[in-house]
Design a binder for this molecule. Sequence first.
Ligand code: AHM
Ligand code: MG
Length: 358
Amino acid sequence: VFDEVCETTGVTLTRFMIEVAFLNPEMQELPALFSGISTACKAISDMVKRSQLTGLVGYADGGGSINVQGEEQKTLDIMTNDVLKRALRFTGKLGVLASEEEDTPVGVPLNPKDVVFDETSKYTAVFDPLDGSSNVDAGIPTGTIFGIFEHDDECEIAEGGSMTEDELLCLQNTLKPGTDLIASGYCLYSSSCFFVVTLGAGVYGFTLDENIGEFVLTHPNIKVPETSKIYSFNEANMPQWDVPMRETVEKWRLGTGASGNSFTSRYIGSMVGDVHRTLLYGGVFGYPSDKKNVNGKLRLLYEGAPMSFLMEQAGGLSTDGRGRVMEIVPKEVHQRVPIIMGSKKDVQEVIDAYAKSK
Ligand code: AHM
Ligand code: MG
């Protein structure tokens, strides 16, 4: 079905979604939802690009704004979260959203005063509005990550205020494993602005054509190479890593790993940029478990799971060392997870090393 849609490149994201919905009646609501997400991404791309000129740099409230995870929020973290939230609300297709920058999942009824959701509010969105934002003031690539689940329509969470018991139960319902995702993707703000998405049947990459204001299909059916010569980790943490992880990377450095390749290192420190390169060139990106951060750094619900869905759909693997990231059911919204993802054979080598060390 997706091949039919993608017979030719030059297809816009808007048309792609309309054709997907036409061919898949159960996906009728997706064009409206993706129109909201892609418009928000275009707005965020513009905000990031112009931030040095418009003064949208540095920390919010002079460093006084801290999110629930204890991280200082950048001005752009807060503004991009608002842009996405507003864009998603007005699609009318969303029941609940969870974001890196929100303490708990929030309800998003079309009319904020109204807690009544209609039957079209059928999705839950999870996102990190500006991943890698510590990099943004230096002009280094950043990105938006999102995942879409089916929304339990019995479940309503009003916006703001403290939660009722029913609402707390609903919150529990947003904690779904990656295997329940119906779509995920990212937008990379870099030399070009890329929008990469999976609906569970391959990975499709679009590039923003600023002259016409549309994302145009430039990378149909992305497949990650099976082996590689690139690893991408914060190597300063290496002495603290689990032994199997450390030993595998040491072999890759020396060219004595399974492929015999001598690896080189590439690390931006922006997950979206590092994963985008991995999808296109192959490689292994990760934020493994270490002595300080037993669960790594990246968040399962809105970073780990959506990116793992993309990586698997592109033919790669994603593991926490001991199991598939996609199968982990989050217990908390901001739960962290160790991640090692990328080229199939190389990630398998890490999985084998962990299995041997048991
Ligand atoms: P953030 O969501 O607070 O921006 O943190 C996530 C980012 C990822 O983009 C990146 O892979 C990682 O943090 C880099 O961490 P470190 O600076 O420890 O290497
Ligand atoms: Mg992030």
